[in-house]
Design a protein around this ligand. Structure first.
Ligand SMILES: [Zn+2]
Length: 368
């Protein structure tokens, strides 16, 4: 398992955190055979790189949602692994990689492109330059496989409120979710990755919803009979920089490529992967005294972080916001805090209340 043991040797340490833009990768691209495929709405270059000497062609793109940067980091780790340890793989595959399909969204830290269009709902209309570019490269390159790389929100959970640290999807090719040949090929590869990753993070691997939507790129490519796999980087505990799921996505990419070259695993294993649920919040606080009329009640609340770009420091800030109040038996927190011993009564209608709650959370956890 050299990919696991030597991860810190091949990890690309110049990439870190959530704010990954063209600027972050331009220096790295110079180590590879790269070119400019075209330009975004705001005229930023969209890069692609070619890698490998083999004839099994895999088209990979990341950050079609600009603020989903985890797998872009993982992609460069994956390439670095192939350079150091993957001579045989390199000789058998050929990769065409678009590390940041939506550079405007990456720069502004938005999901959509700068016309406010979700590129993953534009596969039929092809109304945006970024969507056209991806479709053109798909048509020209004629890949044997496609990897569509994303980040999923912190709400995604599995059994027992385990976090969905990584999830996969073999997108549907039609309304009735038929098991087409390309879907089955995708399921086979995912099944193999699932088995391998289950020895690394058992209980933290999920399956993403396979509701059909032809406007999604994966569904379109799958319907054109190219096996396509959606990778979703998720969240673990307090790793808001997503350096942990980055590592797991890297391993998954290595296992996926290996599986494409040689697997005959039963594709039905795919259906045994637990489906993602939405049962997590960022912080759950129980037994908090909340002001009610002239008195108070003890209740539970959930907080979710809003991600905000700090352009000056080129980093993402996480601003806690109130999400829900109530029993909240069906959700858990990545962080769970009990306010039973806090006597203070919090007035949720005052603007500074959440900041105050966070101060108490930090106090309870001895963080100052
Ligand atoms: Zn996405």
């Amino acid at each position: 398992m050299k990919e696991i043991k030597s991860y810190n040797n091949y990890k690309v340490k110049t990439l870190f955190g959530r704010y990954i833009t063209n600027n972050s990768i331009e220096k790295l691209l110079e180590e590879y055979d790269f070119n400019i495929l075209g330009f975004s709405v705001k005229n930023l270059p969209i890069y692609s790189l070619s890698y490998g000497l083999g004839d099994v062609k895999i088209l990979i793109w990341s950050q079609m949602h600009g603020n989903e940067s985890t797998s872009t980091k993982a992609l460069f780790d994956f390439l670095s692994y192939l350079e150091s340890y993957g001579k045989e793989l390199k000789s058998r595959i050929h990769l065409k990689i678009i590390p940041i399909l939506n550079p405007d969204g990456a720069k502004a830290y938005t999901r959509e492109n700068s016309n406010n269009i979700d590129l993953n709902r534009d596969a039929v209309d092809l109304s945006q330059p970024e969507s056209k570019l991806l479709r053109n490269i798909y048509d020209e390159y004629n890949p044997d496989f496609c990897f569509n790389l994303h980040d999923q929100r912190t709400i995604y959970s599995l059994n027992n409120f385990n976090s969905s640290v990584i999830s996969f999807l073999s997108p549907s090719a039609d309304d009735i979710k038929s098991e087409t040949n390309s879907r089955i090929s995708s399921m086979q590869v995912i099944s193999s990755v699932f088995e391998k990753m289950s020895t690394v993070i058992p209980g933290n691997i999920g399956r993403y919803s396979d509701d059909f939507n032809l406007n999604c790129v994966g569904d379109t490519f799958q319907s054109l009979e190219t096996p396509t796999i959606l990778f979703e980087s998720g969240h673990l505990e307090e790793d808001y920089q997503r350096e942990i799921s980055r590592k797991y996505v890297c391993f998954s990419l290595i296992y996926a490529v290996n599986a494409i070259l040689n697997t005959n695993i039963d594709y039905k294993t795919y259906y045994q992967i637990p489906e993602n649920k939405k049962q997590l919040c960022d912080i759950k606080i129980i037994n908090i005294k909340i002001k009610k009329d002239s008195s108070f009640e003890r209740n539970n609340i959930s907080l979710m972080y809003k991600e905000k770009l700090n352009l000056k420091e080129k980093k993402i800030e996480f601003i806690p916001e109130l999400s829900q109040i109530g029993e909240l038996n069906d959700i858990n927190g990545h962080l769970l805090v009990d306010f039973l011993n806090i006597d203070k009564i919090f007035n949720l209608s005052t603007p500074s209340c959440i900041d105050e709650i966070i101060r108490y959370v930090n106090k309870l956890r001895n963080i100052h």
